[in-house]
Write a protein of this length. Structure first.
Ligand SMILES: Cc1cc2nc3c(=O)[nH]c(=O)nc-3n(C[C@H](O)[C@H](O)[C@H](O)COP(=O)(O)OP(=O)(O)OC[C@H]3O[C@@H](n4cnc5c(N)ncnc54)[C@H](O)[C@@H]3O)c2cc1C
Length: 365
């Protein structure tokens, strides 16, 4: 059997983004994905394409995120051209609302640090509660202030996942669901990846399996540890009128419902949502926007974030360049970079981005 040129393990947003980028570069790609019951951050996230606060403590991450926001329109054009699908990107600016003065002060310091890194590429404002209510009189009195970045935005994460799947298939990628990789070993010419459906051989492997990467990473020589962080979310019935703002905790999805999120909790691997957290989310939403008081919540859910030790992505590769590990939180925000820039690094092209700072050696050096 001929070995697949590149096998990507994991068919979430990250694996499919990398797959699409490699296919665009003319590389043959097979994606081995797990089962329906897997933990899948790509199916449960909040949908932000967000810059505020990202990389305040880690300059390369701030720059990488900023580049991702710039590249998102090009990603949408590519997806539209290949699949005819829209993902409803809206980059008209976003707010972070604060009901706690200390949290606002801390976040403002983060933005100042991020501004030192990004300069004019991070326009932002800090607004008092009064200034905010002049802009949006419907904001509740408990909101003490807000920050605003005109570059922030959101997209429909489920439509993105669908468009990525379609694009990979339309460009000739071999996408195989229910192919959980249980074991990997090196062969003379590459790798053998064992799945319940049989072994798949590959010249090159890119491990993008989210939380499922943990048992496989050491088999490829990687040391990175990721851990789950549970987030709970709500969505309301559809509203007939548009919400006049986007925020990091309240956003109106393109179909009309208001999504409210997200908590952050280290609660093991359980994907179950809880009454305590969902009630807290509902209270928060009504504090920010009292008019939501009578709007019905139609669904709540929880999903597990994939967090590295410092919260920034890991892009690591073996010395011979045949094994790669790609893992991150904010995989939706970074999708544009994962499609349009990361494959150049995987291909070791002359115009590849310098990703050395994201190597896993940062955790040990
Ligand atoms: C509550 C919440 C809110 C979020 N909000 C945002 C946001 O607003 N903006 C943003 O940018 N990001 C957000 N994120 C993060 C974003 O969802 C993730 O970064 C992204 O979805 C990660 O994609 P992934 O492909 O790495 O992982 P997953 O989506 O978890 O996919 C991993 C895939 O690997 C497969 N797999 C696992 N093990 C194996 C194996 N052994 N063999 C083969 N396949 C395997 C699984 O079946 C799965 O399909 C949020 C996440 C959560 C949980």
């Amino acid at each position: 059997m001929k070995a697949a040129e590149t096998v990507i393990i994991g068919g979430g947003i990250v694996g499919l983004s990398v797959a699409l980028g490699l296919l665009q570069a003319g590389v043959g790609v097979t994606v081995l994905d797990g089962e329906d019951g897997d933990l899948r951050a790509s199916q449960g996230n909040f949908g932000l394409v967000w810059l505020q606060g990202k990389g305040a403590q880690f300059a390369p991450y701030a720059r990488w995120t900023s580049a991702a926001l710039d590249s998102w329109p090009a990603l949408c054009t590519l997806l539209q051209d290949v699949t005819g699908q829209q993902v409803h990107l809206d980059q008209t600016g976003g707010y972070e609302f604060f009901t706690d003065a200390a949290e606002l002060a801390d976040f403002t310091s983060d933005l100042e640090r991020q501004k030192d890194i990004l300069g004019n590429d991070l326009p932002y404002e800090v607004l008092s509660g009064e200034a905010l209510r002049k802009r949006f009189p419907m904001i509740g009195p408990k909101v003490l202030g807000a920050t605003y970045c005109p570059l922030d935005g959101h997209a429909n994460p489920l439509l993105l996942l669908r468009a990525l799947r379609l694009a990979v298939q339309r460009l000739g990628g071999d996408l195989r669901p229910n192919h959980r990789v249980t074991r990997i070993h090196r062969t003379e010419s590459g790798y053998a990846l064992h799945t319940p459906q049989g072994a798949v051989t590959a010249d090159r492997v890119v491990l993008c399996a989210g939380l499922g990467a943990m048992p496989l990473a050491p088999q490829l020589g990687f040391q990175t540890q990721v851990h789950p962080q549970r987030g709970e979310l709500l969505i309301t019935e559809k509203l007939s009128s548009p919400l006049p703002f986007l925020s990091s905790t309240i956003r109106q999805v393109n179909e009309g419902g208001v999504q409210i999120g997200g908590t952050a909790e280290n609660a093991g691997l359980s994907p179950a949502d809880t009454l305590a957290k969902t009630a807290w989310l509902a209270r928060h939403a009504v504090e920010v926007l009292p008019a939501l008081d009578h709007v019905r919540v139609v669904r709540s859910w929880a999903a597990q974030r994939i967090k590295t030790q410092d919260g920034a992505p890991v892009y690591a590769r073996s010395n011979d360049g045949t094994a790669h590990l790609v893992t991150c939180h904010s995989g939706l925000t970074l999708a544009a970079q994962h499609v349009l820039a990361l494959p150049k690094w995987i291909e070791s092209r002359a115009d590849a981005p310098d990703l050395e700072a994201f190597d896993e050696t940062r955790f040990t050096v």
